[in-house]
Design a protein around this ligand. Structure first.
Ligand SMILES: *Cc1c(COP(=O)(O)O)cnc(C)c1O
Length: 348
C-alpha cells in the first residue's frame, strides 16, 4: 500500500506551552512537586506526544485511569513513576501491576485485600473525603486491610476545586484528620484547580491534568496557563448559494442572499457535536460562523468575510477553552478529550 496522503484535519500541539504549563503549575505548587494526570490519552492530545515533553520538563509522577493505559506510558517513563487511579478491581490487575512494577491506587478495603493476596508491595491509597467516587471512608482507616498496606502516597480528590465552595475546606479538614491515622510517606490532594486554592492544599505532590493541556478551571490560572491544542481543518469544498438555498441536515439555515460557503470535513467523530452550532471558526482573525446543523462529518462555514479563502485552505477551530466551553455547553475536559484520532498530530 502506498503511504496515506496527509489528512485534512490537523491538531497542532504547542510543546513549549505544554512544558511551560507544567513548570508553572510546579512553581505554583510551592514546596510540593507537580505530577501529571496523563489518563485518557493525555486528555485526547496524545500520550506519545505529551508524556515525553512532561517528563523532560521535570514531571516524575504520572497518573492514568485504566490498566490498558499503562503500556503506552511505559514507552516513555519508568514503571515506578506510573500510578493507576482505578486500582486493582481483580486479581489479574494486581498480578499485572506487580509484573510491571507500576503502583496501583488502592480504592477500597476489597482492593486492599486483593493487593495483599497477590503479594502486595508499595501502593498509593485513595481516601474519600466527600466526592463519593473511589476511596476508602475515613472511618475505615484503621482496618486491618489498610494497616497491612505499604502506602507511598495518601491521596484524596476535590469535588469542587473549580468553585469557591465550602466543600473545599470541608474536604481539606477531612483529609487532615485522616492523614494522622494512616501511615504514609507523602500526601497529595490538589488537581489543577486545587493548586490555585493555595498552599494548604498542596501537601507533597499535586496532580494537575486539565491545566497542563491548556484548560483554565479557575480565574487565578488565566494569566499563567497557555493554550496547547490548536485544531485546524482544510476546506474540502467551496460553493456559492443563491438566495433561498438551504444548508445541511434538516435545512436549518436558509441563505438570505447569494453567498459563498466552505465545507470542512469534521463532525461527531472528531468531538464536534451538535451543541457547537454557535461556535465561530476563524482564519487569520476573521470570523467564519457555522451555518446550519453540524452534520455527521461535515460543517458549513460562512466565508462572507474571507473572500480570499478557497478549497484546500486551512481554517482554525475555536479552541480558546473557556470561551469554547461557554459557546458549546461542553466542559473544557470534554472539548479536549473528545478530539478524535482523525486529526494528524503536529508539533510546534
Ligand atoms: C483526573 C484526576 C486528576 C487531574 O484533575 P484535573 O482536574 O484534570 O486537574 C487528579 N487526580 C485524580 C484522582 C484524577 O482522577
Amino acid at each position: 500500500m502506498p503511504d496515506l496522503p496527509p489528512p485534512t484535519l490537523r491538531l497542532t500541539i504547542d510543546t513549549d506551552a505544554l512544558a511551560q504549563n507544567w513548570r508553572s503549575l510546579d512553581a505554583m505548587s510551592g514546596t510540593a512537586r507537580a505530577g501529571a494526570a496523563v489518563k485518557a490519552n493525555c486528555y485526547g492530545l496524545g500520550v506519545d506526544t505529551c508524556v515525553p515533553i512532561l517528563r523532560d520538563a521535570g514531571a516524575r509522577d504520572f497518573f492514568v485511569a485504566h490498566w490498558s493505559e499503562v503500556p503506552p506510558v511505559l514507552r516513555h517513563v519508568p514503571p515506578d513513576q506510573v500510578a493507576v487511579l482505578h486500582g486493582v478491581v481483580t486479581r489479574e490487575e494486581a498480578d499485572f501491576a506487580r509484573a510491571m512494577g507500576v503502583l496501583p491506587v488502592i480504592d477500597s478495603l476489597r482492593q486492599a485485600e486483593i493487593w495483599q493476596a497477590a503479594g502486595g508491595g508499595p501502593c498509593h491509597l485513595m481516601v474519600d473525603t466527600g466526592i463519593n467516587r473511589l476511596g476508602i471512608r475515613p472511618d475505615e482507616a484503621r482496618s486491618d486491610a489498610i494497616r497491612a498496606l505499604d502506602i507511598h502516597a495518601l491521596l484524596s480528590h476535590l469535588a469542587c476545586a473549580d468553585e469557591d465552595s465550602a466543600m473545599n475546606t470541608s474536604q481539606l479538614h477531612a483529609f487532615e484528620s485522616v492523614r494522622e491515622r494512616i501511615p504514609h510517606r507523602i500526601a497529595s490532594l490538589a488537581n489543577s484547580a486545587g493548586i490555585a486554592l493555595g498552599a494548604n492544599y498542596h501537601y507533597d505532590l499535586t496532580r494537575p491534568g486539565l491545566a497542563l493541556y491548556g484548560g483554565i478551571p479557575r480565574p487565578e490560572l488565566r494569566d499563567t496557563i497557555r493554550q496547547v491544542a490548536r485544531p485546524e481543518a482544510r476546506l474540502i469544498a467551496v460553493r456559492k448559494l443563491e438566495r433561498g438555498d438551504t444548508v445541511g441536515y434538516n435545512a436549518l439555515f436558509t441563505a438570505p442572499d447569494a453567498m459563498r460557503i466552505g465545507i470542512v470535513s469534521l463532525g461527531y467523530a472528531d468531538g464536534i457535536l451538535r451543541s457547537w452550532g454557535d461556535a465561530v471558526f476563524t482564519h487569520d482573525g476573521t470570523d467564519l460562523p457555522i451555518l446550519g446543523r453540524i452534520s455527521m462529518d461535515m460543517i458549513a462555514l460562512d466565508l462572507g468575510k474571507a473572500p480570499e479563502l478557497g478549497e484546500g485552505d486551512w481554517v482554525a477551530l475555536p479552541y480558546d477553552l473557556p470561551e469554547a466551553a461557554s459557546r458549546t455547553g461542553l466542559s473544557q475536559y470534554e472539548l479536549l478529550t473528545l478530539l478524535g484520532n482523525r486529526f494528524e498530530r503536529a508539533l510546534t
